[in-house]
Design a protein around this ligand. Structure first.
Ligand code: C2E
Ligand code: MG
Ligand code: MG
Ligand code: MG
Length: 284
């Protein structure tokens, strides 16, 4: 009986694997199709200065509205796009879309903030990445100084030398570089001195409980101070409460991003949000 149960379990496991494979293959085809059918959209989440609460940046975050399945989160399809080569066309689509949007906002009223774009490791080390970026800044007359590329620790760990070379090239052109989700990987502090970063974005898993978890509070506070001494700006990600903001203010963190100010919103609402904030700024 045990043997039989075992075999049953195995075939259940097998068919589970098959289903998993099948759904991955389907998803692959669907992402490919969705790029052509323009099912993707970019949302934007504002970043605010801790000092005066002005908008200092916006992060572009991809959204997929599937015609039958509805909303699919990037946490689901980005990893699959990364496993396959689809992240290259998808990543290129994001860059062009974000630049076009930036140009549009800039036409309405001159933009004083930077635009952050998430770059996957595979995309970042691809030989065509920098040439593509250069063509795109030209096409949409975007100044590279206003573009902040968010990379992750895993990229730096697996391809240290190549990453350093690419960062140097990008910095020479004028692009800004942010290390996203900082603190979640195995990055040691030496990376902070090895890479010429403009900012680090402290991961939300640390920010979430800074007001209740003394260890996380200590880590965040120390990261801010180390980064400051290296002339690296610090963004706190996932700030949801006033209390968290007050802690970060006290520690002299530079920028915050999170639901406390705004969730990621469609480009049109972001344009309004920005204008609204400018008005407040001009009035005070
Ligand atoms: P990320 O770059 O670390 O983005 C931050 C995530 O945290 C976003 O999730 C954002 O909506 C969410 N978030 C922001 N503030 C708060 C908050 O106060 N509370 C909570 N609970 N969450 C908050 P999202 O948009 O689902 O994106 C997830 C991840 O997918 C991103 O993490 C990024 O790694 C990836 N991703 C999104 N768009 C792109 C893209 O265009 N290209 C690439 N390569 N990856 C992307
Ligand atoms: Mg990011
Ligand atoms: Mg992040
Ligand atoms: Mg992330």
């Amino acid at each position: 009986a045990a043997k039989k149960a075992g075999r049953n379990n195995f075939s259940e496991y097998e068919s589970c694997l098959e289903k998993d494979m099948l759904s991955k293959i389907t998803m692959y085809e669907e992402i490919k199709n969705a790029i052509q059918e323009e099912q993707f959209e970019l949302y934007y989440q504002p970043k605010h200065s801790v000092k005066d609460e002005n908008i200092v940046g916006a992060e572009a975050l991809i959204r997929w509205q599937h015609p039958e399945k509805g909303f699919i989160s990037p946490g689901e399809f980005i990893p699959l796009a990364e496993d396959t080569d689809l992240i290259i066309p998808l990543g290129n689509w994001v860059i062009r879309k974000a630049f076009r949007q930036y140009k549009e906002w800039n036409t309405i009223s001159p933009i004083d903030f930077h635009l952050s774009i998430n770059i996957s490791p595979k995309q970042f080390i691809d030989d065509n990445f920098i040439p593509f970026l250069l063509r795109s800044v030209e096409e949409f007359s975007v100044s590279p100084e206003k573009i902040d590329l968010e990379i992750t620790e895993s990229l730096a760990i697996e391809n240290t030398e190549l990453t350093l070379e690419k960062i140097n090239q990008l910095k020479k052109i004028g692009f800004k570089i942010t290390m996203d989700d900082f603190g979640t990987g195995y990055t040691s502090l030496t990376y902070l001195s090895k890479f010429p970063l403009d900012r680090i974005k402290i991961d939300q898993s640390f920010i979430r409980d800074i007001t209740s978890n003394k260890n996380h509070a200590a880590i965040v506070q120390s990261l801010v101070s180390v980064a400051k001494n290296l002339d690296i700006k610090v963004t706190a990600e996932g700030v949801e409460t006033k209390e968290q903001l007050l802690y970060l203010q006290e520690w002299d963190c530079d920028e915050i991003q999170g639901y406390y100010y705004s969730k990621p919103i469609p480009s049109i609402s972001f344009g309004e949000y920005h204008l609204e904030n400018m008005k407040i700024y001009l009035m005070t």
